[in-house]
Design a protein. Structure first.
Length: 95
C-alpha cells in the first residue's frame, strides 16, 4: 500500500514523498539530493559518499547559488545540501 505524505519546505513550497507501508514499517522511496558547494573537492567528496548510501540519488550538483536555482527549477529535488557562503549567490539567496 502506498500513501503520499506532504512535507513543507523552508520556502513553503510543498514536496511529496511516496511512502510504502509493509507490515508496520514505512519505507521511503529514493531521496533526490542536490549538493551545492563552491569547494569542488568537498562537493565531490559528499557526492561520492552519498552515492554509496541506499535510497539516495544525486539529483545534481552546483558550485554556486545561481547554478542551484537553475537546477531546482528544472528538476525535482527532495533535499538540498547547501553551503551558505558562495560566490554569485550565497545559500541565503537560494533559500
Amino acid at each position: 500500500m502506498k500513501e503520499t505524505v506532504e512535507v513543507a519546505r523552508l520556502n513553503s513550497i510543498p514536496t511529496r514523498f511516496s511512502i510504502q507501508k509493509r507490515e508496520g514499517f514505512q519505507i521511503m522511496n529514493t531521496i533526490r539530493i542536490l549538493v551545492v558547494d563552491d569547494n569542488d573537492e568537498l562537493r565531490l567528496c559528499m557526492i561520492e559518499y552519498l552515492k554509496k548510501q541506499q535510497d539516495i540519488m544525486i539529483a545534481g550538483e552546483a558550485s554556486n547559488g545561481m547554478e542551484a536555482m537553475k537546477h531546482v527549477h528544472g528538476n525535482q529535488v527532495d533535499v538540498m545540501l547547501l553551503d551558505m557562503i558562495m560566490p554569485n549567490m550565497d545559500g541565503f539567496g537560494v533559500l
